[in-house]
Design a protein around this ligand. Structure first.
Ligand code: DP6
Length: 323
């Protein structure tokens, strides 16, 4: 099946808009068990399952209306219609709504874009929410997630709140993971806001084809998911943090094994913060970290420790209590 038929199997017909202009918001999500590598690039199906936590206030606001021609602005800057970004956004919207309809899309992100802070996840999730609202499709969150995944796999997880599982053995469907946590926080240490040279999409394809560690990554991440799932249900912060941190470092190890310095996302400042997290933890502060496709480090901690974490990490630019 190609992606067009896949979308049509979820959304048989488009019809005419029900609203003139819609405004929606979708948050970013941070994977505790990372997805890294696709087994099917046409249908954007990952090789491994992933488990993430969705934020509340950090993400992408999108305004969408019909227009005479396709127009896109990101953070109030008009995007060139010959750019890769423009094409990616409108290929996705036309895949859902057909080629005849033209859109004006204005997005605002309250996080740096393309620096491994999952802004493409919140952007694609917001586009699906926006067309759903504009045309009155009444799609379920599960169907929205399947369509968002075609834009960017991690976007599929942004449409559910709290802890979210994307199961690669079940059409990569997403479901909520019920949890006893009520004070789980994610803090952001912005090491660099520069757009990365190798986007996650290219770098993961390259890791699948070229990393001698990729097979091991698949085994490690399967084990990590099996172990973390019941710990999330039980709200065992220490063990969840431990597995999330080792999972992120294993993903970066699979990239490091490419032996191509430019493809490795961690900078010396990222490594310094990771080491500091580990040292502080050895000294009794329950804090862990995770890193995505960029150099920025995310801290995982409990809200009861916010004062100690904030004073130990002047590097932390902002944080959210996520559940
Ligand atoms: C490291 O979902 O951005 O953040 O599906 O090609 O758009 P595409 O990639 P993307 O990759 C996310 C990779 C990650 C891990 C994760 O969020 O699970």
């Amino acid at each position: 099946m190609n992606r067009k038929d896949y979308i049509r199997s979820i959304l048989p017909s488009v019809g005419s808009p029900k609203e003139d202009l819609v405004e929606v918001f979708a948050p970013i999500n941070i994977a505790l068990i990372k997805y890294w590598g696709k087994k099917d690039r046409e249908l954007m199906l990952p090789y491994n399952s992933s488990l993430s936590v969705t934020l509340k206030n950090l993400g992408t606001k999108t305004k969408l209306c019909l227009s005479d021609k396709d127009m896109l602005s990101i953070n109030s800057q008009i995007v060139d219609e010959d750019s890769e970004k423009f094409n990616k956004v409108f290929q996705f919207l036309h895949l859902i709504c057909g080629d005849d309809v033209k859109f004006r899309v204005d997005t605002e992100n309250n996080i740096p874009i393309a620096s491994g802070l999952a802004s493409s996840a919140s952007a694609f999730a917001s586009f699906v929410l926006a067309v759903n609202a504009l045309f009155g499709f009444n799609l379920t969150p599960e169907d929205c997630a399947k369509i968002a995944r075609i834009g960017s796999v991690s976007a599929g997880r942004s449409l559910h709140p709290g802890f979210v599982l994307m199961n690669h053995e079940n059409d990569s469907a997403v479901t909520n993971v019920l949890s006893k946590f009520n004070d789980f926080c994610v803090g952001f240490c912005i090491v660099s806001e520069e757009e990365k040279k190798y986007k996650s999409r290219d770098n993961m394809d390259y890791t699948v084809s070229s990393s001698v560690f990729y097979e091991s990554w698949l085994q490690i991440t399967k084990r990590d998911l099996q172990e973390i799932y019941p710990l999330i249900e039980n709200g065992d912060f220490y063990q969840v943090g431990k597995i999330a941190e080792r999972n992120a470092l294993s993903m970066h190890a699979s990239i490091a094994m490419l032996n191509e310095e430019d493809r490795f996302y961690l900078k010396s400042e990222s490594l310094r913060i990771i080491k500091k997290v580990q040292t502080l933890r050895d000294n009794g502060l329950p804090v862990f970290c995770t890193v995505d496709a960029g150099p920025n480090v995310k801290l995982l901690f409990q809200y009861k420790d916010i004062a100690s974490v904030a004073s130990a990490f002047p590097e932390m630019n902002f944080y959210e209590k996520v559940v």
